[in-house]
Design a protein. Sequence first.
Length: 649
Amino acid sequence: MLSCWSTMTMITFSLSTTSAGNHTDQLALLAFKSQISQDPLQVLNSWNTSLHFCQWHGVTCGRRHQRVVMLDLQSHGLTGSLSPYIGNLSFLHTIDLGNNNFRGEIPSSEVLGHLFRLRVFALSNNSFTGELPSNFSRNLESLSLGGNKLSGTFPKQLCALQKLKILYLWGNNLTGSLPYDLGNLSSLQLISLGRNFLEGGIPDSIGQLKSLYFLSLGENMLSSKLPPSIYNLSSLWTLSITMNQIVDRLPSDTSRTFLPNLRGLFIADNHFFGPLPSSLFNISTLEMLDLGKNGFTGKVPDNMGNMQKLQVLVLSEINQLGSSGHADDLKFLSSINSTVLRIIRASDCQLSGTLHKSLANISFTQLEELSLSGNQISGIIPSEIFIKLPNLTILRLNDNFLTGNIPQDIGKLNNLQALTLGNNNLSGRIPSSINNLARLLHLKLNNNNFEGVVPNTSNLQSLLELGLSGNKLNTTLEQVFGQTTHGLLYAYLADNSFTGSLPVEVGNFEYLVRMDVSNNYLEGEIPNTLGKCLSLERLSLMGNSFRGSIPPSFSSLQGLTFLDLSQNNFSGEIPMFLQNLSSSLQYLNLSFNNFEGAMPTQGIFQNASAFSILGNNKLCGGISELQLPACPIIKQKRFGNIKSLWVRR
């Protein structure tokens, strides 16, 4: 065991000879190891006196003095605290302990201040707490402490580190404002301070950082305007200020292109307003553009021909981009001239126009996602989508005014994982080619005018969500559930004309979370196998002709929060086991059935606002708020040696 030397004694240990220095390094490393409580990969097994410490795993020594210059133990699953004895590794220039489970506070600034040669200090993605250290070597080039639980304000002392190139403090609990002196760090190339609690304005001095190529301040509480000096940072590749409270408009000077080397611009979820400047869409280097959730107005510029490197375009939830019903709101799509475009998201923007006209000449062969939901798009779904966009994985066109059929060519989208066409005016039959979409996870066709039978879905073995509610489908549930994958999580089949009974095969959906088959023409008894769906949280069978009693297997549905059996022909007593679901059940509707007998009084039945029993005229008892008649009292009366039962009513 190491003797319990004080930290200051270790720091002032005499280093007059090489052997003394070597011994100090060895003791400091062993002290480091002593604070590790878990080493799942056993990477520290080599840390013993049978090997020279320069041969220990993760340790690098300098050739001349055989002193520790690098300690690299990143991504090894280590758990423990960081020993202050690292302050004795006086030749250390790099320490990287990122992606582990270190806890507690980072050693004090007094300890770290003795590491005069330190250039890289990387402890990202651990669980360090306490305040951010401030006393570092003037030689420090990289400070990476992101993904911890550090608190306090941004230390102004860091603004004296003239050689600092990397400042990565993302994902902590830092508060306060950014110091103006941040602009004095002339060597800075990367600033990542996102996902903290910083407030106030972005200092204008950041515009002095002529080597800065990455600036990320998103997910804070920054306000005021974006300083104009930022637009002069010609070296900037990435600017991210998403999820703040910035109130500003983008510069409209069309005589020049601002941020000419920008590759990623992320300003979503702020309070930007005014028109989208054409100059923004002249940045030929731009690869990712996210403008969503702002207050921009006017049309989307259709001068995107220079953006040949564009991969991601996000305009979603900019509610005033539409032009009040003009037919050319989608013209910007046909102006895009990028063969590497992967994502287009322009949902909830009030865009008008037709897809047929806008997508007639496009060729986005690499496009993976097309999301145009929640707009005012009309007309038919053109076959060009399915022919010219062969790599689509996500197609969202729900909540528009689309008409006509779904083209059979949809079956050509072999990579499609999500198809959402709900809340339109589509009609006809669901194409049988849907069964070709073997990778489909989400199929949502709800609230249209589809009719006929549900096509064969036996090939959709990955399907998690099936949404067919609000149509005119008239097949049986045996045909639907008999073909559907057993991995189904969500089944929405309400408001159709489905017939037959609820098949016993429903018990095969062991992961089923929600099922709604309300307002159909279903009949028969509820199969006992439904109780095998142990993940079930919401079940609605209302508005059918189901009969019989509630199956006893329902007592196994311990996660059930919502149960609606109203407007059927159920009978018998309300089972007492329903009151035992009190830890989960929040809503219960048994109205307009034929239940009879005594009302339960425990669990959910103690809260009259959480359940409904209207239209069941043979119930009695229960809590006083229900005002039901008292239940009959059963007594015994003796006639000689014969006992008979009589009921006083």
